[in-house]
Design a protein around this ligand. Structure first.
Ligand code: BT5
Length: 324
């Protein structure tokens, strides 16, 4: 399925702006003209604008990356998140662009979105695989007036917002693995990377990077990731509209963020716990200073993970990778 689709997109890319006949595409893809038509409809549902003219064939007028920037703005119900959108076809990392904008006094709520990242980043200099046309790769700039030590709470808050949006738009049931992973059926669909620009104890901006695997097929993942990563469309069995999911994320993020600024972390903590995968289970936290195994008790009001080891000692985990 995905190789046919790739052939189709490659053909359109190679003959940019030209009409390609249904028969030509059918021969190229080795399928019927009806099947070609179905693939064209799939592209339309994903936001491609295609023109179909009798005896000439099909032509791509607009690729979804452009459409989706407008689509995101169209009917967007937020007043803070996503009022400014910087849409890039291809970037090194949206985090880098957002950092630059953060220094340049970009408005709070500004979002950088890319269709593809060449150097997508995970935590601790790890890589984040971000192929084009398939995912949501974006960075949100926030400027909360909170102490530095509270910034990790925003990672948890974002995880809840994305989880809520996934539930609303797909009906799938994501679970959160502390602190920054969203899993569907045990595999990672989302990673969140929170970075800070700060002086002394004053936050200038928090750059929240959100990576969501939306429409990848299994073969779009490098082999090394296939056992641990999945996409929403793989789990759902159909393509997911990225623009609409982005809008829902903006809305959920804005609601939770305003609630957080008003009332603090406590209500977010309760929501977070309702999606958490690890609480009450035995887990291992791999930290920079060593591994801690024990029962995950939950998070405290600062968002710090508490693990009770077999001697009954409770450890506070600020940063780690969790093994379930
Ligand atoms: C994360 O790091 O999960 C944070 C990922 C944040 C990505 C976003 S995309 C927009 C913004 N711009 C960026 O450059 N980054 C942010 P971590 O917990 O360290 O997980 C990284 C690990 O996840 C890697 O070492 C791989 O094992 C795995 N991984 C890489 N790409 C993946 C993908 N697309 N889906 C699932 N797992 C992946």
């Amino acid at each position: 399925q995905s190789t046919l689709r790739k052939k189709l997109l490659d053909a359109f890319t190679e003959h940019e702006g030209e009409f390609l006949s249904g028969q030509y595409l059918a021969d190229l893809m080795g399928c019927s003209r009806t099947a070609v038509w179905k693939h064209i409809e799939d592209l339309r549902n994903e936001g491609f604008e295609l023109e179909a003219v009798r005896r000439k064939g099909y032509r791509i007028i607009q690729k979804p990356e452009h459409v989706s920037a407008n689509e995101i703005r169209l009917g967007l119900k937020t007043s803070l998140i996503g009022q400014q959108i910087h849409y890039k076809e291809s970037v090194d990392s949206t985090q880098k662009v957002a950092h630059r904008l953060g220094m340049e006094n970009a408005l709070e709520g500004t979002v950088v979105i890319a269709d593809e990242q060449i150097g997508g980043k995970g935590r601790m200099d790890r890589r984040w695989h971000s192929p084009k046309h398939t995912g949501i790769w974006m960075s949100v700039i926030l400027r909360p007036q909170i102490p530095l030590s509270m910034a990790p709470q925003l990672t948890l808050l974002t995880a809840v917002a994305v989880a809520q949006a996934i539930v609303e738009n797909t009906g799938l049931e994501p679970q959160i693995k502390w602190p920054n992973d969203l899993l569907v059926n045990g595999k990672k669909v989302t990673g969140i990377l929170t970075e800070l620009q700060a002086e002394a104890d004053r936050i200038n901006s928090v750059i929240i990077g959100i990576g969501i695997n939306v429409n990848q097929a299994v073969t779009d993942f490098p082999e090394g990731l296939r056992a641990v990563a999945t996409s929403l469309s793989i789990e759902k069995g159909e393509l997911i509209n990225r623009a609409s999911l982005i809008q829902t994320i903006f809305l959920k993020l804005e609601k939770l963020y305003l609630l957080y600024l008003e009332t603090g972390f406590h209500p977010i903590k309760l929501l977070w716990e309702s999606y958490a995968i690890s609480i009450g289970k035995t887990i291992t936290a791999r930290t920079l200073t060593g591994n801690i195994t024990g029962k995950a008790l939950g998070i405290n009001d600062d968002g710090v993970l508490k693990i009770e080891d077999k001697n009954g000692v409770v450890h506070s985990i600020y940063s780690a990778d969790i093994e379930l």
